[in-house]
Design a protein around this ligand. Structure first.
Ligand code: FE
Length: 128
């Protein structure tokens, strides 16, 4: 999925654009989906790709929505990120290459992973 910078700016809010397209990070404890406990699917705010399920969401205390697994390995991509002098692993939407957040190795069972994701990179679809 390829969009021009102009098209992304039209489609996304400034905050969504800053995170998804410019690899920004929202302020911790400010995201709209941080405390969302409803059942449903978390989809990419950029392209609608299914990214996470409420079944794997947990409270990490970090201030960002956290999941221990993606909805499907096929829908997310990870990349080494050496910015800010830290070694981290970036998480991207595979379909639109939007920046979602980072994944760390200190998550709960069964995966031991913590996908630390910006609320603004996601839209929530409640299960009806
Ligand atoms: Fe996407």
């Amino acid at each position: 999925m390829k969009k021009t910078e102009e098209e992304w700016k039209k489609k996304l809010t400034p905050e969504q654009h800053r995170i998804l397209r410019e690899k920004g990070t929202e302020m911790p404890f400010t995201g709209q989906l941080l405390h969302n406990k409803k059942k449903g699917r978390y989809i990419c705010a950029g392209c609608g790709n299914e990214l996470f399920s409420s079944d794997t969401k947990f409270d990490s205390g970090s201030g960002w929505p956290s999941f221990y697994a993606p909805a499907s390995e096929k829908n997310v991509e990870t990349k080494a990120d050496k910015s800010l002098f830290m070694k981290r692993t970036e998480v991207l939407c595979k379909k639109c290459q939007g920046h979602l957040g980072h994944v760390f190795n200190d998550g709960p069972k069964p995966t031991g992973l913590r996908y630390c994701i910006n609320s603004a990179a996601l839209n929530f679809k409640e299960k009806k």
